[in-house]
Design a protein around this ligand. Sequence first.
Ligand SMILES: O=P(O)(O)OC[C@H]1O[C@H](OP(=O)(O)OP(=O)(O)O)[C@H](O)[C@@H]1O
Ligand code: HPA
Ligand SMILES: [Mg+2]
Length: 184
Amino acid sequence: MENLKHDIKTVLITREQIAKRVREMGQQITKDYAGKEIVLVGILKGAMPFLCDLMREIDLPVILDTMVVSSYGDATTSSGLVKIKKDLDSDIRGRHVIVVEDIIDTGITMAALTPILEKRGAASVELAIFLDKRERREKEVNVKYIGYEIPDKFIVGYGCDYAQKYRNLPEICELDNKVFAQAK
Ligand SMILES: O=P(O)(O)OC[C@H]1O[C@H](OP(=O)(O)OP(=O)(O)O)[C@H](O)[C@@H]1O
Ligand code: HPA
Ligand SMILES: [Mg+2]
């Protein structure tokens, strides 16, 4: 990343650490769901790199699906509603669903989405989230699989963006202040 490295202040989690943790998560899921079929639901766009890596570490039959959602409501009184912009292609009735996300922050997106999927009659709905910014949580959410807990810092990479950019960084990074200054 000869060009992008000039925009990075700190690398918080390296490619090697990411790969190791994703492998462990895949192995845990393989154990926990032994004998079952899973529907992996990636929440676009942030989940893309993690979804691609995680599914290849799961040694079970996997059905891949995606959703695009946006949480909305005014900032002071978060409504906790999500708008589904792109829905699942598959019927999840009676199926074991694992929702895959890059990061959980306030928890508003996941707190709203999980009951929607449960109401559709899924046999189970669990969450696999690579980064957990627990300090920022506003809605309590039960996350079964967590990659790393991170402090309340704005990060990019491995799917996480700043103004839609930097998702392609293969590490979890903090951006250099000049990037924010240039954006103003
Ligand atoms: O816990 P929360 O506070 O609800 O925030 C987490 C969500 O925010 C980001 O997605 P975003 O809606 O920005 O879209 P993106 O995945 O396309 O980046 C991230 O990918 C999670 O989906
Ligand atoms: O730190 C973050 N970076 C990018 N996107 C995010 N969405 C919630 N927290 C973050
Ligand atoms: Mg997202």
